[in-house]
Design a protein around this ligand. Structure first.
Ligand SMILES: Nc1nc2c(ncn2[C@@H]2O[C@H](COP(=O)(O)OP(=O)(O)O)[C@@H](O)[C@H]2O)c(=O)[nH]1
Ligand SMILES: [Mg+2]
Length: 693
């Protein structure tokens, strides 16, 4: 299928699928193009190898060592490459960037996701393969707005209709890469732009790149006809951006009518800021307006710090039968490309400048990602704290209910009074406690019915308090989340109510606690004489008295409120217990029981709160408070410029406590250090061929 010649007229042929083609750059220019043994031997890009096995040793990027054959490092861990060197640092940065998501709805999240995708894509598409093969053919991406004449210009430059021109297409169509047949191996093997499937024919399939070999194009330089940067089709615009990010040189095509459009200038400024090498073609210029328009455009270029960019002015003409511009119109541009293609040093300088600029641009991009990651962690912490606060409040509410006598009103109070018998007993109890000890025991042991009813009353009262507290907390937490954009996006209405099985769990909690209390009483009473003389029921009854005592947390010093609420009966309960156990034992029992109950309440509410935190955990964001610890070390590391310090820093902050944002900052700092060490542009100043006129 790849072997068929191009159907298009002209000299262009479809790139043959030649097994003997090893992708070695065509010119082998000794100044920068010694065959590299780091070149992959087959056309199948291997993502793991790309990210994990830098194809160039660190020395290979130093300008003086460029011509030296490079040896691929042997990867130890495919996803966490270690060791020095720019490729390894980039692979680590790639892993760090790819590991971070920005799932919480935040003002910075959309942009961060877009930037992160762009960084990873550019690393895969361009930075890593280009760094591994600085000598590979130069890729010129032809970009510009719809109808500017990009395809027509590419076709005219190679004197063949390789790219469909004048088509208004609502769908994505594979971009066309044209190169000299000698360079086709490199572009076909897919080191560069590995996510695009190479095709020999035009196709509407997404993520494809049509390769066309054109002998008319000099070896060493390829043209890529990119989709419109202002396309109404999102996928086209995204692809145009992706391709421009993989360019060694932008040829920016605009027209006399469109050159002041905002979108292109936005892109040009960004490209300029990062040092991308840019040339401009001002197309379809009416001869009578040529001076005026090119003067104005030159002004605009100067104002945007682009005065040095070569500018080619192409007069308006008719296209020929093949849709090509007359040869003289494109002659200047073609000669310029020919000179650039033939000048290995100039090409190397272009590659190095664009590459170095793109690498330098990673630092602010990743800094933005780190900030967005911090904001995610901070938002997660805020949301977590709102939930914690709500359930802390619920716990406090239950604790207060235990202390303010609320639990001793109504049914519980009535059952307690019934349980302990007539008020008579207790009115006399205080004075005759010693003598009445045995009678008290008899009293509490002799009424099984009221005991069970009291127990049920305590249970239902406590369950009610727990359910109300849980309902209040759920509502408060829900309201808190609704008031936060990220929380609103994460929450669903059922979070605003206690979980469905909360009533069951609350009932079980109370019963389990009541059992605990009886266990305690049994243990405490074990050594006491009275137990020997009483039935198991006495333990039950005493346990109930302990429960009642628990609900008077003023530690047996009745407040006015408490006395009013319980009518003095809690004091009586205490006296009964003291009569049986003695003062200190009662205190211990009540305290232990209270602690036991609160512990169970905490667990209940933690489970309720976990419904919320599970939503944050599910999307993989670690709340800021849980991620601290290594902040100081990271800041130190990021500030240093010494490689040794960077390595140390990486080791020192490689703990589990390091936040994802700090990981990003550390990885970016390492890349920046390695970029400066590599001195990509040192000794290779950009000297583009001169533009006539
Ligand atoms: N008359 C004339 N038509 C041109 C010229 N350049 C491009 N066109 C036409 O303008 C239309 C859009 O051109 P095309 O190359 O597809 O623009 P693209 O969208 O930037 O690729 C096509 O119909 C071309 O034939 C030119 O210099 N002169
Ligand atoms: Mg086009």
């Amino acid at each position: 299928m790849h072997g068929e010649p191009a159907a298009e007229p002209g000299r262009a042929v479809v790139v043959p699928d030649s097994p003997s083609d090893d992708g070695t750059p065509s010119d082998g220019a000794p100044s920068d193009g010694a065959p590299s043994d780091g070149a992959p031997s087959d056309g199948a890009p291997d993502a793991a190898a790309r990210s994990g096995a830098p194809a160039a040793s660190p020395e290979s990027v130093a300008p003086t060592e460029l011509a030296a054959p490079t040896k691929p490092d042997t990867p130890t861990q495919p996803n966490a490459p270690t060791g020095p060197g720019l490729p390894a640092a980039l692979a680590r940065l790639r892993a760090a960037v790819a590991a971070v998501t920005y799932p919480l709805v935040m003002p910075s999240a959309d942009e961060a996701r877009r930037v992160a995708r762009g960084v990873v894509t550019q690393l895969d598409d361009y930075l890593l393969p280009r760094l591994a093969r600085l000598d590979a053919p130069l890729l010129v991406v032809v970009g510009g707005s719809t109808g500017a004449g990009k395809s027509t210009l590419v076709n005219s430059l190679v004197r063949a209709r390789v790219s469909a021109a004048g088509v208004l297409r609502p769908t994505t169509r594979s971009p066309v890469l044209v190169c000299n047949p000698a360079d086709s191996g490199w572009f076909r093997q897919g080191e560069l732009l590995p996510g695009l499937t190479r095709t020999a024919e035009p196709t509407d399939e997404p993520d494809t790149l049509q390769l066309v070999a054109a002998p008319a194009l000099a070896p060493g330089l390829a043209l890529l006809d990119a989709p419109d940067i202002d396309s109404v089709v999102d996928a086209n615009r995204a692809l145009a951006t992706q391709l421009l990010a993989a360019a060694d040189l932008w040829l920016f095509v605009t027209t006399a009518a469109r050159y002041a459009d905002a979108v292109p200038w936005e892109l040009l400024r960004t490209a300029r800021a990062r040092g991308t090498v840019i040339a401009l073609a001002l197309d379809r210029v009416p001869p009578e307006a040529a001076d005026e328009i090119s003067a104005h455009l030159s002004e605009m270029l100067a104002a945007n710090d682009l005065a040095a960019a070569p500018l080619f002015v192409l007069p308006e003409t008719e296209v020929d039968g093949q849709g090509l511009l007359p040869e003289p119109v494109t002659a200047e541009l073609r000669e310029w490309f020919d000179r650039l293609a033939g000048d290995a040093a100039a090409r190397a300088a272009v590659v190095r400048q664009t590459l170095d600029g793109a690498l330098a641009a990673l630092v602010p991009a990743v800094a933005g990602l780190a900030t967005a990651a911090d904001e995610q962690a901070a938002a997660a912490a805020t949301l977590t704290e709102r939930v914690r606060g709500a359930y802390r409040g619920a716990r406090t509410g239950v604790e207060q209910a235990m202390q303010d006598g609320r639990l001793l009103r109504g049914e519980v109070l009535a059952r307690w009074q019934e349980f302990v018998g007539t008020g008579e007993l207790f009115r006399t109890l205080e004075a005759r406690i010693g003598r009445l000890r045995d009678r008290v025991v008899a009293g509490v042991t002799g009424r099984p019915g009221p005991g069970r009813q009291l127990q049920a009353a305590i249970e239902s009262q406590l369950v009610t308090v727990l359910r109300e507290a849980a309902a209040e907390a759920a509502e408060l937490a829900y309201t808190g989340w609704q008031a936060h954009p990220a929380g609103a996006a994460l929450s669903t209405p059922e979070l605003g109510r206690p979980s469905d099985d909360l009533p069951d769990r609350a009932e079980r909690l109370v019963r389990d606690w009541q059992r605990d209390v009886l266990e305690l009483v049994r243990a405490e009473a074990g050594e006491r004489r009275f137990v020997a003389r009483t039935a198991a029921y006495a333990v039950n009854a005493t346990g109930l008295a302990v429960m009642v005592a628990v609900f008077t947390a003023t530690a047996f010093i009745p407040t006015g409120l408490e006395v009013a609420a319980a009518g003095g009966t809690t004091v009586a309960a205490q006296k009964v217990l003291e009569a049986i156990f003695g003062d200190q034992a009662v205190r211990n029992l009540a305290n232990k029981s209270r602690a036991g109950l609160l512990g169970r309440v905490d667990a209940l509410f933690e489970a309720e709160a976990a419904r919320y935190s599970a939503r944050i955990e599910a999307i993989g964001v670690t709340p800021a408070a849980d991620a601290g610890g290594a902040v100081a070390a990271t800041t130190d590391g990021a500030a240093t410029t010494e490689h040794a310090a960077a390595t140390e820093h990486a080791a020192a902050t490689d703990g589990a406590v390091m936040s994802v944002a700090d990981r990003l900052r550390g990885a970016a700092a390492e890349v920046e250090q390695e970029r400066m060490r590599a001195q990509l542009t040192e000794g290779t100043p950009l000297t583009l061929p001169a533009v006539a006129s």
